[in-house]
Design a protein around this ligand. Structure first.
Ligand SMILES: *[C@@H]1O[C@H](CO)[C@@H](O)[C@H](O)[C@H]1NC(C)=O
Ligand SMILES: *[C@@H]1O[C@H](CO)[C@@H](O)[C@H](O)[C@H]1NC(C)=O
Ligand SMILES: *[C@@H]1O[C@H](CO)[C@@H](O)[C@H](O)[C@H]1NC(C)=O
Ligand SMILES: *[C@@H]1O[C@H](CO)[C@@H](O)[C@H](O)[C@H]1NC(C)=O
Length: 689
């Protein structure tokens, strides 16, 4: 927290002292002028998307981080902005100082054939690649942004129903000789908006949310209305339904009915919950903290959507993780997620730049300590949860893309996740209603390799003649927690009894907090459940669920496959980013589906393929090798054909590591077990992360 604050101050000082020079260098940079001129000429107000036939797919894209200053052949240490010729390997510290005072900031010579496009300079330093630099701290060059949007326009424009877009549309502030400015951040955001509109038009809903790098200084945002919220209301004018304009001005969150009266996407402003935001103070109940007000709003939204029998995706930038959120915000998010589990189909976030998922569960929420006297906790160890930017000294060599080195934070995240999955109760003890799953998507910025996702969801009965019977209808009366004691077990009551002694548990929990591990779940014995009359326990599930209804049904779309259930996703990536010369191509990295769902030639008719009565999860043209196969003439028994078929089988196997029937909670729990129990699975998971 403190270091963020100090960094903020330095940023301020730097910006103030260099504002004149930086703005002049800004306008003298022609490339940027070109790049930042929006090409979109359409309306500037909110446009109600046209209704068109549903495809059962949507896009999740996040952390684009465009950087118009990126230069091919620049050094990593300059943030891929310059080539610092004097700097030699092994003198990092001195090099950095040198860089800051370097007058030759823009003296980069693009024609320097010595190093251009070769990946390394004569001293063996790694250099910025033409399309971006995998496994580096550098941001995305415009060439990468273009390759991405060109591909989306060509291949996906008519293949998806809506877009979830979870923030960070400006470069990082990693180059101290070229500090970011508010105006640059807004420009970059406008540029990406114009790319989105140019790519998808206004036919389909696009739902952006604000990232911690979409503001200046990064991370810190106060409650609105403010210049910032006004500006984003303007920048996103076409996306934010007018009904939410006032809410947006206050807090930069809103909802969009991506299928009117049926499915909504809620765009959350996670910065009010993010504990690096030093301008807010968490989510204290009965407080006017912007984070608390947002939770109140979310509660009302979920309740209203539930009353209308709708389903909802929760989306935002910073994932709801105890390593990131103020404790009381994390608790309240978890409470809401569990209480409205019959209405929320899933949780989609970005920020981490690492492809993974995790659970929020009741036991973990119970053991999240909250010290009410100071919601800004000073004791947490956050470094392991910093968004993953590469540790330069651990960078694998430039050519080794695909063999992404394991380093620093990612390593710890992997270990923690593995332990979490291992420590989950066995099938007999695990109560599914106590679990929700959060998806964190890979980023476009090549912290590893650029990635984005296309999800599918069940659209049975949702077509033109909407079949009301196909939709899940929430129970008229909420299921109170006491309603199903048989699944709750005795331990629950025991714990509550035990906690009646006043005074004890508060101390215990504060003590626990001191040696709080960065880990996700608190291992060991079941957490004690404290007295609900005490403010520090107010947001603990066992207290919240007593006060407020918890809507659970194993028939709801997040729990069993029916209309609106998430069915799976396809992870696309740009594997050959660092290869010189050719334009990199977006390809399938993996999918969550079973093989026979993808494979139209599957001979087993008893399989799910025949039940998949909606557009295929992945348009067939994307399946590697599929076109070769369909081009076959004759009876298909010659040697070449057999080889092709064999290759096809192999490819299919490779891109279907998880073989999940759908993305409902029971299948996520099964996957997590499979990952830690089956041989080779965890390695595969790590590799894909
Ligand atoms: C990216 O695309 C824009 C507009 O389509 C174009 O003006 C710009 O030159 C392109 N930049 C690069 C680096 O390809
Ligand atoms: C970066 O990586 C190097 C080599 O793996 C390691 O020694 C160093 O501690 C790391 N630094 C940070 C800040 O993680
Ligand atoms: C969608 O849900 C229906 C049940 O409502 C089911 O019969 C169908 O198989 C599901 N579709 C897919 C593609 O899983
Ligand atoms: C699978 O279904 C197709 C028609 O949909 C049929 O021609 C074929 O014989 C079936 N195959 C098997 C093995 O049942």
């Amino acid at each position: 927290m403190r270091s963020t604050f100090i960094a903020g101050c330095i940023g301020l000082a730097l910006a103030a002292s260099s504002s004149a020079s930086s703005s002049s260098s800004f306008s003298s940079n022609n490339a940027e002028q070109v790049v930042l001129t929006p090409s979109w000429e359409g309306p500037s107000e909110f446009v109600k998307p046209k209704r068109r036939p549903l495809t059962g797919r949507f896009l999740h894209i996040t952390d684009i981080h465009p950087d118009p200053h990126y230069k091919t052949g620049a050094t990593f240490d300059s943030g891929c902005h310059r080539r610092d010729k004097k700097k030699k390997k092994g003198k990092k510290g001195k090099g950095k100082e040198k860089l800051i005072d370097d007058d030759e900031t823009f003296a980069f010579d693009e024609q320097d054939e010595l190093f251009k496009g070769k990946g390394k300079d004569k001293d063996g330093l790694d250099l910025a690649g033409e399309w971006g630099t995998a496994v580096s701290k550098c941001d995305s060059p415009m060439s990468l942004v273009n390759v991405t949007f060109d591909w989306l326009k060509k291949e996906w424009r008519d293949e998806i129903d809506f877009i979830v877009w979870t923030g960070d549309n400006a470069r990082h502030d990693i180059d101290r000789s070229l500090p970011r400015t508010t105006s640059e951040i807004f420009k970059l955001n406008r540029m990406i908006v114009s790319k989105m509109l140019d790519t998808f038009g206004t036919d389909i809903p696009i739902v952006p949310s604000i990232g911690n790098n979409d503001i200046w200084p990064h991370n810190v945002m106060a409650a609105g209305p403010s210049k910032l919220t006004e500006e984003f209301l303007h920048i996103w004018g076409k996306f934010i339904p007018p009904d939410f304009a006032h809410v947006f001005e206050r807090g930069s969150y809103y909802s969009v009915e991506v299928i009117p009266d049926t499915l909504a996407v809620i765009s959350l402003n996670t910065l009010f919950w993010y504990d690096s935001n030093t301008l807010v103070d968490g989510c204290g109940d009965h407080s006017n903290d912007p984070g608390a007000l947002e939770m109140d709003w979310l509660d009302v939204q979920l309740s209203a959507f539930r009353d209308r029998g709708m389903q909802v995706w929760l989306t935002g930038h910073v994932p709801p993780h105890m390593g990131y959120y103020y404790d009381n915000c994390y608790l309240r998010y978890g409470d809401l997620a569990l209480r409205y589990q019959d209405t929320i189909v899933g949780h989609l976030f970005g920020h981490m730049n690492v492809d993974h998922f995790f659970f929020i569960d009741v036991d973990e929420l119970e053991s999240t300590p909250v010290d009410r006297s100071k919601s800004k906790s000073k004791v947490r160890s956050k470094k392991n949860f910093a968004p993953l930017t590469a540790n330069l000294s651990a960078l694998p060599s430039f050519q080794r893309q695909g063999d992404v080195g394991i380093y620093g934070a990612a390593d710890i995240l992997k270990e923690e996740l593995k332990k979490d999955f291992q420590d989950m109760p066995g099938p007999k003890d695990l109560k599914l209603k106590d679990y929700i799953a959060v998806n964190v998507a890979a980023s476009v910025i090549p912290t590893y390799l650029p990635g984005l996702r296309v999800f599918t969801y069940n659209i049975s009965g949702l077509g033109d003649e909407k079949n009301e019977d196909a939709l899940y209808k929430p129970h008229k009366l909420p299921l109170q927690d006491d309603d199903d004691e048989d699944t709750e077990g005795e331990a629950y009551e025991d714990d509550v009894e035990e906690s009646e002694e006043e005074g004890e548990h508060h101390d215990v929990e504060v003590e626990k907090k001191k040696d709080r591990k960065p880990g996700h779940r608190h291992r060991g014995k079941k957490p004690k459940k404290g007295d609900c009359k005490k403010p520090e326990n107010e947001d603990k599930p066992h207290c919240v669920f007593r006060r407020q209804p918890r809507y659970y049904s194993k028939d709801s779309p997040s729990r069993s496959n029916k209309a609106l259930s998430p069915l799976g996703y396809t992870q696309f990536y740009l594997p050959k980013l660092n290869k010189q010369g050719s334009t990199p191509q977006w390809e399938i990295e993996y999918t969550t589906y079973k093989r026979d769902v993808l494979d139209p030639s599957s001979s087993d008719n008893s399989t799910r393929r025949s039940q998949w009565k909606q557009p295929p999860p992945v348009p067939l043209k994307f399946l590697p090798g599929y076109n070769d196969l369909t081009a076959i003439e004759g009876d298909g028994s010659d040697e070449d054909t057999l080889l092709l078929k064999k290759k096809w089988e192999k490819t299919l196997k490779k891109i279907t590591p998880w073989r999940m029937p759908d993305l409902t909670i029971p299948n996520y729990v099964k996957l997590s077990r499979k990952l830690v129990k089956e041989k080779g699975m965890w390695d595969k998971f790590q590799e894909l992360m």
